[in-house]
Design a protein around this ligand. Structure first.
Ligand SMILES: Cc1ncc(COP(=O)(O)O)c(C=O)c1O
Length: 394
């Protein structure tokens, strides 16, 4: 009775407050999805909010390969990698990732979220300092908080502020963290400047390249290669297998010594069952395909340019960017929700992104592109969006 009073009063109060502030979330349900499209109640809708940038998660060739792999690879690892859950496929995937990112070594985890939380809290601790871009992903923030290190958030991409903080607030060891491509805005971090600051101050630079991997740079190797920066041993590159790679899991690439340290001390790696061998196999096969078939990335680029040009033609100013994430800022969360509903009525799925995912007053529709999008559907989406904005001024 007392539990009911204390806990259920709390649950209901929090749910009511989310509803009152237009921040209530519920799980949208779909029958299934195809590359670039969702099936809802039997109807095919344009999917403008997935991170499956190359359409590999449900593409017929990848699925066929997945079926073959399912016959030879177990679905589960059965134990932590340090016990009996380390199979040859894990090692092969890590070798491929290290080579792709032009680093020495790699380690895979069951998810990208787990990678960030685990790696960051293992790298830094009490007495150390972390300097994190204000727009970094929530999994980075959670890793920083868990670490117990002093935690400073510099204004987005502000290298001068970061340089000042490194001088005045530096700890025993310093860690700089940035997204490579920022997940809610689609802009690319100033990696050359960040790498230089890290090198000069003796810090490590951790780049979360969840949204650059498989998308940017020659053969999709990511944001650093896109900016012509070679990996060096003061850099760690994090990524996920769950976005352009079309599987599931996370990874970290770096020097042999840094990875050896993580294998020995990273609790999120040590105390968790190894990533599914089957998923590791699917990821391996998809990465090999991304590297050998440049038409995937080219189709994504064309889709990206088409949507940006169509939006401009309909009077919505958007910058050019090679990143396949395009925010349409709408301000308050109610307007963003209404816009998402209007798009849905036109057979277009684009989620309203609201606080706390983005700062108060910057609710938006976050559009993300897929190599499999049909170009006329993107033009239609731009027209529907423009119609909403014209008839619903802020
Ligand atoms: C920048 C960034 N880092 C990390 C993650 C977490 O990756 P995963 O979805 O594989 O857990 C995400 C995914 O939303 C992300 O956008």
């Amino acid at each position: 009775m007392r539990t009911k009073k204390i806990w259920y009063t709390y649950f209901r109060k929090r749910i009511r407050s989310a509803k009152n502030e237009n921040l209530y979330r519920s799980l949208p349900l779909f029958d299934t999805f195809q590359p670039g499209y969702l099936i809802r109640n039997g109807k095919r809708c344009l999917n403008l909010c997935a991170n499956d940038y190359l359409g590999l998660a449900a593409d017929s060739a990848s699925q066929e390969e997945g079926r073959i792999l399912a016959e030879i690879l177990p679905a589960g690892s059965g134990a932590s990698r340090l016990v009996t859950g380390n199979l040859v496929i894990h090692q092969e995937l890590e070798k491929l990732l290290a080579e792709w990112k032009r680093s020495e070594s790699a380690l895979v985890f069951p998810s990208g979220y787990q990678t960030n939380v685990g790696v960051i809290s293992c790298l830094a601790g009490r007495g150390d300092a972390i300097f994190s871009d204000k727009w970094n992903h929530a999994s980075i923030v959670d890793g920083c908080l868990l670490s117990g290190a002093a935690f400073y958030r510099y204004h987005h991409a502000d290298l001068d502020e970061l340089a000042g903080l490194l001088k005045s607030k530096g700890g025993r060891k310093n860690l700089i963290i940035t997204d490579g491509v920022f997940s809610m805005d689609g802009d690319i971090a100033p990696l050359e400047g960040l790498s230089q600051l890290a090198r000069e101050s003796g810090a490590l630079l951790l780049v979360d390249d969840a949204h650059g991997t498989g998308v940017l740079g020659p053969d999709g190797s990511g944001s650093l290669a896109h900016q012509g920066i070679d990996w060096q041993d003061h850099i760690l590159i994090m990524g996920t297998l769950s976005k352009a790679i079309g599987a599931q899991g996370g990874f970290i690439c770096g020097s042999k010594t840094a990875i050896e340290y993580l294998v020995n001390y990273c609790r999120a790696f040590i105390y968790s069952t190894g990533i599914s061998p089957w998923l590791a196999g699917v990821a391996h096969s998809n990465i090999s395909r991304i590297r050998s078939d440049s038409s995937l990335i080219e189709r994504l680029r064309t889709a990206n340019q088409t949507l940006r040009e169509a939006l401009r033609d309909y009077g919505i100013p958007v910058p050019d960017s090679p990143a396949p994430i395009l925010p349409i800022l709408l301000g308050d969360s109610r307007r963003a929700l209404r816009c998402s509903k209007a798009l849905m009525a036109g057979g277009i799925v684009a989620a309203a992104i609201r606080p706390p995912t983005v700062p108060e007053g910057s609710s938006r529709i976050r559009l993300s592109l897929c190599a499999a999008h049909a170009l006329p559907d993107l033009v239609k989406a731009a027209r529907t969006l423009a119609k909403f904005i014209q008839s619903n001024p802020d």
